[in-house]
Every structure is written in C-alpha cells, then in structure tokens.
Design a protein around this ligand. Structure first.
Ligand SMILES: NC(=O)c1ccc[n+]([C@@H]2O[C@H](COP(=O)([O-])OP(=O)(O)OC[C@H]3O[C@@H](n4cnc5c(N)ncnc54)[C@H](OP(=O)(O)O)[C@@H]3O)[C@@H](O)[C@H]2O)c1
Length: 222
C-alpha cells in the first residue's frame, strides 16, 4: 500500500513519512515543488541513515495519482487551495485529514481553535471532496516533535474518526505501525469536531511545561 503524504515536506508530514518509512512502508512525499520534495527525502535518508528505496518524492498531484491512501498535512490556511489542486486526481481513496484548525494559522494564537462552518477541518475536506475521497480524521493530536524523534517511541493515542468503519480500521492499522502509538476508533467523522479541538490544548500544555511533545492517552477501554 503506497502512502502519499500531501504537504509531506512540513513538520507533521515529514514526521509521518519518517515513521512509515522506518517500518518499511512505501511512502510518497508530496509537495507543490518537486525539488522541495526531493530535498525532504534526502533529509529523511540522512535522519534514518538509509537509502530508503521505499520512499519517493513527487508533486502533490503525482503523489495523489500514485497513492493508495492519501494523508493531508498542510496548515489550515492551505487546506482548501491544496484540496482544489488534487481533487481531480482522487478516485475514492481513503483520505486522512490531519489538519488542526488553529487560530495561529490566521495570525492569532496557536492555543485557540478556529470554528469552521463545516464543523471540523476533516468534515470540510469530506464536504469538498464528496465521492472523490473517503475521509478519515487522524494524527491531528500527535506532535511532529514526537514523530521526528525517531529513536524514541511515540507515547500517545491516535484518535480516528470516520463514517466508514472499514476505512477507520485500515487507518488505525497504519497508525499502529508507528512505534508506541495506540489507535482508538472514536466513531463518525463528526467526532473530529471534538478531537481537533484537543490540539490547541496540547499546544497550551507544551508551552506551560516547556516541552514539544505533549500527547493523549485514554485509559480503560476494552
Ligand atoms: N506540527 C505539528 O506538531 C502538528 C501536530 C498535529 C497536527 N498538525 C497539523 O498538521 C498540518 C501540518 O502541520 P505542519 O506543522 O507540518 O505545517 P507546515 O510545516 O507549516 O506546512 C506543511 C506543508 O504544507 C505546505 N504548505 C504550507 N503553506 C502552504 C500554502 N500556503 N499553500 C499550500 N501549501 C502550503 C508546505 O508544503 P510544500 O511547500 O512542500 O508544498 C509545507 O511544507 C496542520 O494542519 C497542523 O495543524 C501539526
């Protein structure tokens, strides 16, 4: 299964790419700019000290054409322009939205959530993409700092929400390939409204505790 990461040159996308590449998954690092994607792949090779034959650099459009599962990791202000640029390249694939609608993306505080008309960033993707994609919300509470600390386990849960149970299960399986991560299905996509709101809280806790990797663990589930 080829994992295409749209905006894979940024902190979150590169962190996910590193984690999936490390366990031997096929990863496509997508960017608006092919050279930037190639530089990101070179950075991954250095960090993992590996030639990474399983990792390719592509434009976001080519990454979408070639990916079996697509992960969106761009900031809120880039979400719609990016979706518009790849929509025609989608063909009903599972589309994982990791966007957190932070006020910081719009010039405000990173510790505040921005209310979106659609309810959440993931629902905004689902509404815009329609039948072109099967949207699942995941990874929006996992810090890039933990993902890029590749020699340490990522000690947190990945909260997964989506309207298609089978798609949720596949994304959970993918999330659990990241060492230390436990995936939890939260139900329908509208639960992303709650899950995305936890990210500014985690950022607040990072600031208060002078750390970069606050994460969530939910206990006592069956
Ligand atoms: N960073 C974290 O710790 C973290 C944690 C949880 C969730 N998230 C979420 O993950 C997403 C990505 O976060 P990030 O920190 O990785 O973001 P980022 O580094 O600021 O940006 C990621 C990539 O998005 C593309 N991009 C940036 N601005 C753009 C624009 N105006 N138009 C089109 N593309 C643009 C760029 O890729 P190219 O220039 O290569 O196209 C960039 O490398 C966000 O929604 C964030 O809320 C982040």
């Amino acid at each position: 299964m080829k994992i295409a990461i749209i905006g894979g040159t940024g902190d979150q996308g590169l962190g996910l790419a590193l984690r999936f590449a490390k366990v031997g998954e096929e990863v496509i690092v997508g960017s608006r700019d092919l050279t930037k994607a190639e530089n990101a792949v070179d950075q991954m090779k250095n960090l993992l000290d590996d030639d990474l034959p399983n990792v390719t650099a592509m434009t976001n459009q080519d990454a979408t054409d070639n990916g079996d599962i697509i992960i969106l990791t761009v900031p809120l202000q880039a979400q719609m322009v990016t979706l518009r640029s790849i929509k025609d390249h989608l063909n009903g694939e599972i589309f994982v939205d990791a966007t957190s609608p932070l006020e910081g993306c719009l010039g405000g505080k990173p510790t505040r959530y921005v209310d979106l008309w659609e309810g959440s960033a993931a629902e905004r993707s689902a509404e815009f993409l329609g039948d072109q994609a099967n949207v699942v919300s995941a990874f929006c509470n996992i810090s890039a700092s933990s993902l890029t600390s590749i020699n340490e386990d990522v000690e947190c849960d990945c909260l997964v929400s989506g309207d298609d149970h089978e798609a949720n299960l596949l994304v959970m399986k993918l999330a659990e390939k990241i060492e230390g991560v436990n995936a939890i299905e939260c139900g329908a996509l509208e639960n992303a409204r709650i899950v995305e709101k936890l990210t500014p809280l985690l950022i607040n806790l990072n600031i208060r505790n002078k750390i970069k990797n606050a994460g969530l663990r939910i206990t006592n589930l069956n």
